[in-house]
Design a protein around this ligand. Sequence first.
Ligand SMILES: Nc1ncnc2c1ncn2[C@@H]1O[C@H](COP(=O)(O)OP(=O)(O)OP(=O)(O)O)[C@@H](O)[C@H]1O
Length: 455
Amino acid sequence: MADTAAHLLILDDDSDVAYAAQMLLRRRHGRVTTLDDPARLSSVLDAGVPDVVLLDLNFTPGRIDGAEGLAVLDRLRTLAHPPAVIALTAYADVPLAVEALKRGASDFITKPWDNARLIAAVDTALARRSALAGGAATSGLMGDSAAMRGVKSMIASVAPTEANVMVLGENGVGKELVARAIHAASSRAGATFLAVDMGALPESTFESELFGHRKGSFTDARSDRAGRFQAARGGTLFLDEIGNMPLAGQARLLTALERREVTPIGADRPEAIDVRIVSATNLDEARLFDPAVFRPDLLFRLNTIVIRVPPLRERRDDVPGLLHHYLSLYEAQYRRPVRELAPSAQQQLCEWSWPGNVRALRHACERAVILAAHDEYRYEDFGLALPAPVPVPAPVPAAATAAADDANVEFRLGALERETIAAALDKAKGNISLAARMLGLSRAALYRKLGKHGI
Ligand SMILES: Nc1ncnc2c1ncn2[C@@H]1O[C@H](COP(=O)(O)OP(=O)(O)OP(=O)(O)O)[C@@H](O)[C@H]1O
């Protein structure tokens, strides 16, 4: 069974390329369709906007200017709920990749791709799209608690400087939103904000992903490839999940930051880098300062300024505003009636510990909007209570009902899944990437399950 119910669209005129990507991705995602001609895009969109589009930038043979793909990208961005777009290009043309990112693509991949990299890029795009679906990317960081006022004032002070910033906090507290806010308030706002999940970069392609490579520099290097450092030139590079990087990768990143230059694999000359680095991790500080986990010299490069985003349970004053925001947002999105939140429900929600922080609150609001059956939202609508213990079934005559057995199995499975996920999260100390790896799931799939179980 697929890991996610996501709908992916591969838009590429080369049917062999599209087929190869479809075969690779359809084991993991619910629906993967292909299209070889952008002229037929409308009919696909009429049947439902995909979650992620893998978009070739050139369709007519011989064209390499990318204008056709960029026009499709512009069109997709005007949709009410635009898909995440990963630009595909056969030529590692840095200006074109940068243009695609500026126009809203969330990532780019050069063909021929590395399968692990393509899978990771789709997972990241899905996770990021669901994270940004709340509209918070445009409406900014919400919350007027003393803690959030402190975070916002730090952002305002550091944004205009070029200082590297490290954002610390548990999963789902809003670290990426903080990074985006820093970029938006900086002199680099007109250039690219490029997020890279450092925990998801395959070790084998780490260097070429970050620094690029030249055609022919190794067996699979059939064309030049731009790295993330080149693609974000002039803008902000957001190094997410930095605490999940292997030590070998940390050493390579440190060298680049110290020298302020990168050498693409196979190139004979280094290139100066012009990016502002914002990094983030959910590692607790004791682990971050453990040299066996994270190199102190790299930490020193990255944490010129540290912004700590407190967990939601330490800023409960923010809960009512966030609930109101996300309930209204999903009421509008799902065209559901506007309901009040029962005062007792609001109080219980404010008292909830919110282990998944704002992301979990957002999922809980979505669930409540979809499932609410009364005039006002009740606490049960948010799906936060632990499932009741499974009753020991009384002996039933064998022929009683197969349907009831099925329902019990389903319930036990649901409870078991929730417990397993909670145990993995506990073992991984809240580190989502690590927990996902322990469970054999992608990050995106784990996020979905967290939402389903209200964790
Ligand atoms: N202050 C906030 N106001 C509004 N929405 C928020 C706020 N903080 C977080 N969110 C929402 O919560 C979700 C998670 O935010 P974000 O991805 O920035 O968290 P994160 O700390 O980077 O998570 P992770 O560590 O898992 O990558 C997003 O949907 C985001 O829009």
